[in-house]
Design a protein around this ligand. Sequence first.
Ligand code: 9NY
Ligand code: NDP
Length: 515
Amino acid sequence: MSMIAAFYSGKSILITGATGFLGKVLMEKLLRTSPDLKVIYILVRPKAGQTLQQRIFQILNSKLFEKVKEVCPNVHEKIRAIYADLSQNDFAISKEDMQELLSCTNVIFHCAATVRFDDTLRHAVQLNVTATRQLLLMASQMPKLEVFIHISTAYSNCNLKHIDEVIYPCPVEPKKIIDSLEWLDDAIIEEIAPKLIRDWPNIYTYTKALGEMVVQQESRNLNIAIIRPSIVGATWQEPFPGWVDNVNGPNGLIIAAGKGFLRALKATPKAVADLIPVDTVVNLTLAVGWYTAVHRPKSTLVYHSTSGNFNPCNWHKMGVQVLATFEKIPFERAFRRPYANFTSNNFTSLYWNAVSHRAPAIIYDCYLRLTGRKPRMTKLMNQILRTASMLEYFINRSWEWSTYNTEMLMSELSPEDQRVFNFDVRQLNWLEYIENYVLGVKKYLLKEDMAGIPEAKQHLKRLRNIHYLFNTALFLIVWRLLIARSQMARNVWFFIVSFCYKFLSYFRASSTLKV
Ligand SMILES: CCCCCCCCCCCCCCCCCCCCCCCCCC(=O)SCCNC(=O)CCNC(=O)[C@H](O)C(C)(C)COP(=O)(O)OP(=O)(O)OC[C@H]1O[C@@H](n2cnc3c(N)ncnc32)[C@H](O)[C@@H]1OP(=O)(O)O
Ligand SMILES: NC(=O)C1=CN([C@@H]2O[C@H](COP(=O)(O)OP(=O)(O)OC[C@H]3O[C@@H](n4cnc5c(N)ncnc54)[C@H](OP(=O)(O)O)[C@@H]3O)[C@@H](O)[C@H]2O)C=CC1
């Protein structure tokens, strides 16, 4: 019997961010491995015209939850959705709901965050710092609480090269920032933001670092642990390989490359691509929840959920495998044939952007205009290039994350727990994982049918022919223009023609001799 699964049985568990990528996989694994847990409270807000109930219904009826229903048929009864907006005071939770949460919760998983790199400082602080503080305050009023797990990011200290499993202080106290945001107006906040974030690459990583500091300062006598995942990718094994559901991180770029929009990326090929499958992060998170509740470490432990020092893969290897998978399982209706170049050189990157990205977009938009349609490619290309430039920081550097706590925990697990809650990425086969990842992007994000693969391959062949035709025509036009204007070009042309003629004559003569 798994000790971890047994620990969660009969428990009332509160999850924030349960509608997000990580939160869904966490909820799924909990319900599948501990179907007799008491209840999972999830703090949800209505979104995109959907009520709370509609959102939960959609999640629980998705493919991700198919396996759960086999072991936990009453899965709908196990989930209790509570209306909450984490950017509001007291999370806008009703008094009755708050009372229930305070009196019943045994375990908290705090996953909610704004993960946008370009969010406003005010909103990012509200979500990633103030809401964390508020949740800790709530936690301190929960008599039955056994453990509080805070999900941070391995990049919260990405201004350092070597990162230990400790909480690093930020130059400005989170409390001071929270207080000043109360009276400063938005324009001033945006003006001071770059000065505040200093050598952090964006507001997201900076506010996640502040969030960790808040956890340390407000921990009181709570039993807390922090998980720091690196770049969270599609599922590796559970509940099935390749599941993914949003365009964050590598996902959007894989789509852009597979559809032939993105053909070059400013990346350092040898830099470590520190991807970590989402199910690995979830397994570690659940194991940490159990360990922290049962062993009650004296201080707040930080666990790195990274792959680089266990089983490193670099961007070159990853890119090559992504491209190889596009050959086997192409995406439908590609704009151009998938091809990608990683370059770390600024000039080359500018060149590729002009020639491989902007020029084809402009030509295609001209074609759309001429055929009476609305141009859209330049706008889309600008969006992709903006996204790629926001991710550049992370694909041009390598970090070293120490993993003492993660390794210690691995050795504390029973063989059964090591199997059921496997977070040992040494066993991960990158080539297989990336192939499943790309397949998952096609199936679950793009919702493309596998039956369309032959047609997609045909489409790519047509694009290749168009490409050859275009290049030949371009070459002939340029050459014709050159010959018309330059004596030098004419000389070269006559030299080539006479050389070919002589070669052919010699070849003919020697073949006649043999006969
Ligand atoms: C020789 C060999 C060579 C071989 C070469 C082979 C090459 C093969 C190539 C293959 C590539 C394989 C390797 C890839 C490298 C991956 C690097 C990953 C690094 C990740 C680091 C993460 C570290 C930290 C991890 C963490 O700790 S946290 C998680 C990370 N957090 C994020 O990733 C949020 C980012 N995002 C935003 O920050 C905002 O999204 C924002 C972008 C500002 C837009 O913002 P905005 O312009 O306002 O646009 P939106 O309104 O958001 O969206 C407007 C429209 O664009 C869509 N769209 C939103 N996003 C994205 C996105 N990404 N990608 C695409 N589309 C997106 C959205 O669907 C909407 O479409 P629509 O609905 O209009 O149709
Ligand atoms: N994805 C990654 O690569 C990495 C993620 N992380 C961390 O993991 C955690 C989860 O990330 P991930 O699942 O990818 O992110 P998502 O963006 O997929 O999910 C974010 C979750 O937070 C919720 N949320 C955001 N704002 C509010 C609000 N005002 N009120 C209530 N809920 C809110 C979202 O709800 P809604 O659905 O309503 O928007 C959603 O459930 C985060 O803490 C992130 O920092 C760390 C490293 C890497």
